[in-house]
Design a protein around this ligand. Structure first.
Ligand code: ATP
Ligand code: MG
Length: 212
């Protein structure tokens, strides 16, 4: 479990300054919601927190571990073990089945309760019936739920979710909301959620608006 600290973050794309001495503390076990208009930098911030983007100035640390002090190998391991990323666009691999897609992160990390976690996730996300299908033969919502199962298979302690309910109807959004809430409340996971969905943001302890 770890506290995430962003200190004096500066990030720009070309001449466009996205973050100018931006600071943020996310406590261990917090459920934080990030809001802001399109283009305000929500996905960029999540990519930085998720160790996918290291092209910034400033300091991002987990407990006292400064991301910039780690080499690529250490970062890859850290990400695989600690971070579950639910992307805005789900990036499933089309040539393999839903089940194989979900299991990909588990190849990098040894966990004892993998089987139980898998059974629980596919049940909860209502994808038991599509496990042997390929992503292109599934609906958008089914693919999104698959991507969510994949992000949680390694039992990460930090979950970064970028509009995870963007493609889902209200009952499936509710299921995703309930999963995130129970991971936070019952298991103490830290959740950083980008959403515009009122229902989802009601689950959060705190909302940070990037536009303000
Ligand atoms: N790789 C990139 N190269 C250049 N500009 C980029 C790149 N990635 C993002 N940007 C720009 O940075 C800004 C922030 O992008 P970002 O994806 O973080 O926004 P967002 O808040 O997630 O928006 P949305 O709600 O539409 O998903 C945008 O203006 C975008 O065009
Ligand atoms: Mg975005």
């Amino acid at each position: 479990m770890s506290r995430i600290l962003v200190e004096n973050l500066n990030k720009k794309f070309g001449k466009d300054v996205l973050f100018n001495n931006f600071n943020l503390q996310i406590d261990s076990g917090e459920f934080l919601c990030i809001k802001g208009v399109s283009g305000s930098g929500k996905s960029t911030l999540l990519n930085i927190l998720g160790t996918l983007d290291s092209n910034y100035q400033g300091k991002v640390s987990f407990s006292n571990l400064d991301l910039k002090s780690m080499n690529k190998r250490e970062i890859d391991r850290f990400r695989a073990e600690r971070i579950g990323f639910i992307f805005q666009f789900h990036f499933l691999i089309n040539s393999i089945t839903i089940k194989e897609n979900i299991m990909i992160p588990s190849m990098l990390v040894k966990r004892e309760n993998m089987r139980e976690n898998f059974e629980h996730l596919v049940e909860e996300l209502d994808i038991t019936g599509i496990l042997n299908k390929k992503p292109q033969d599934c609906s958008g919502g089914e693919r999104q739920r698959t991507a969510i199962a994949r992000s949680l298979i390694n039992d990460p302690d930090i979950i970064l979710a970028d509009e995870p309910t963007g493609n889902l109807d209200s009952s499936n959004s509710k299921a995703v909301g309930n999963i995130l809430r129970s991971l936070n409340r019952d298991k103490g996971k830290t959740i950083v959620l980008v959403t515009h969905n009122e229902y989802m943001s009601n689950y959060a302890n705190r909302v940070v608006n990037l536009t303000e």
